[in-house]
Design a protein around this ligand. Sequence first.
Ligand SMILES: Nc1ncnc2c1ncn2[C@@H]1O[C@H](COP(=O)(O)OP(=O)(O)O)[C@@H](O)[C@H]1O
Ligand SMILES: O=c1ccn([C@@H]2O[C@H](COP(=O)(O)OP(=O)(O)O)[C@@H](O)[C@H]2O)c(=O)[nH]1
Length: 228
Amino acid sequence: MKRFVVKLGGSLLFDDDGLVKIDFVKNTLTVLREAAKDDTKIIVVVGGGVTARKYIHQARPYVENESALDQLGILASRLNAALLHSIYYKTFPVIPSSLEELARIVASALPVIFMGGLQPGQSTTTVSALAAEATGSQLIIATDVEGVYTADPKRDPSAKLLKSVSIDSLIDIFSKVQKAGEYRLFDSLTLQIIKRAKIHTRVLKGDPPENIIRAIEGEDIGTLIEPA
Ligand SMILES: Nc1ncnc2c1ncn2[C@@H]1O[C@H](COP(=O)(O)OP(=O)(O)O)[C@@H](O)[C@H]1O
Ligand SMILES: O=c1ccn([C@@H]2O[C@H](COP(=O)(O)OP(=O)(O)O)[C@@H](O)[C@H]2O)c(=O)[nH]1
């Protein structure tokens, strides 16, 4: 049984008006259904996206508690996960809210499992690393850029795509403290888990969703994070 955790960034799911890109979602679910054939099980961790950031931004002036704001983001990410589950299975959504619940569902016959956030103080990318560690899975982080760059490509046009990068150099780059709704690309706990569990991790552009199946089939796409 081969297992993969696929982190679907919220950046992929919403258009500029904050509506779910339903065609992209349906194409992605078709790709996941194809990938989860035979002896492959896939755990999809869905980001909070625009919905999370809208709620956090609107609540922040009234809620001086980062944990409470994080919880809004968690609930938004679980709503996104429930939407994908419902469209994929056409059944009542079963979204694990802990690693223990995830382990129980992984033991079930479901080929694709959907989940969102777990607890305040981290991002869904950390959830994907924790899920990969707990289930012995490879990790694929699907986002809205081609991989890890030498700097934020949206802010620095001279940033270069890295075909591979060591976990230690990533820890140096992404070590600053982050607030609810931020956690750009990685938060520091994501990287600590990848390092300690030596998780085979690849960062790639999730659109077109076929990139995910290319990574599952072993193609050298996006950025490979080398555990040490
Ligand atoms: N070194 C970097 N390499 C690639 N992307 C980076 C880097 N630093 C910051 N980013 C930003 O992180 C964004 C992806 O993180 P995020 O917005 O949280 O996406 P997602 O919704 O997929 O989790 C990219 O769009 C990019 O602007
Ligand atoms: O386990 C989790 C997952 C998410 N979040 C909160 O939910 C927001 C949305 O998740 P994320 O930023 O990972 O979504 P994406 O970047 O993919 O849109 C985060 O910014 C956090 O505030 C959290 O506190 N704990």
